[in-house]
Ligand binder design. Sequence first.
Ligand code: PMP
Length: 427
Amino acid sequence: MSKSEQLFAEARQVIPGGVNSPVRAFRAVGGTPLFIERAEGAYLYDVDEKRYIDYVQSWGPMILGHAQPEVIDAVTEQVQSGLSFGAPTELETELAEELCRLWPNMDLVRFVSSGTEATMSAIRLARGYTGRDKIVKFEGCYHGHSDSLLVKAGSGALTMGVPSSPGVPAALADHTITLSYNDAEGVRRCFDEIGDQIACIIVEPVAGNMNCIPPVPGFLETLREVCDQHGALLILDEVMSGFRVSLTGAQGHYGIEADLTTLGKVIGGGMPVGAFGGKREIMEQIAPLGPIYQAGTLAGNPVASVAGLETLRQVQEPGLYDQLSARTERLVEGVLAAAKEAGIPLTANRAGSMFGFFFTEEPQVSNYQQVMACDTDRFNRFFHGMLEQGVYLAPASYEAGFMSAAHSEADIEETIEAAKKVFATLD
Ligand code: PMP
């Protein structure tokens, strides 16, 4: 029995399913999750002392790679001064200044401790600001596990087969309208019918929770247009795509104006941080300035703030995003070429340092139905083959992959070689 198997058995005695977030349990791909001992740069080391090239990167935050020395130094220094005060610090203002300076349409920003809180709070704000209850989301997009948003959601909710979770009151789910991602006409029809009841649209501007699905031209533009026409707010959920697709996320990359933006992952450099921010007149409705309540004991945590500040300092170094994009492209092209050589039908999507592979004959995958029609059995065998070769991919075919600045060209070539070997074993 491996040490991971042993620890997993122990964990299941005291933690539901042995994990604190469902996708970690390897339910989709089968087998035992790796228990991690430590991580450095592009690599994870499990408790059985095996090294893996990591393309999960803690599901996105570790854009500089794991245990990046300056980030670790900043955190180590900060912890000497105390872990949490529940009172304002200069650090959280500095992080907020950085976000407001960099991001278009962000006049004010409020920190929370997770992406779930960021989107949940942004939805409440949109409802309070507009005085409307209905919200629009898209099938296969995941915005965390709050009640209003756990309807036809992506990520673990897809893997576990619970697109709508028990425990979400039907009366609340009724207010959540789910439309098809990348279907601009469907959005127009919905707004023509009930546009005056809709508080907001929330969308992943690059979907990263049904594998990786970039927006088709015109889709995001249509969302902006119908929101303007009908007095609804547009919330761009950039928890994943923020500081990933570009320095200013998908909204900078595609030139789309958000009323509210949610962030997480990279802005905390691996510490628990989320944020929602946007236009001043909307954000001023949040307590204590306005009547819409939202709060957090650990929000703006000083240790998390320094990890975020140091991470954001480094991602602004010239050339970083070009390098990340080039490396991601090399990986995607190399794996696609290896699949072609082996006669395995494979398609890929990429947006900045996010990527996804699809086991399908379709030349392009741009919606939820196409994702669901992919060969998951083949993906699962690919996943385990890669794991055996020392490459750690997300343990489900519905998740995006991530490149970090620590992945070297040699790591990428090693990954492509591993894929060649694994493709040769797939029929
Ligand atoms: N929004 C998006 C786009 C996400 O990808 C995620 C998490 N993967 C969340 C919200 C929820 O974030 P958290 O898991 O930190 O609650």
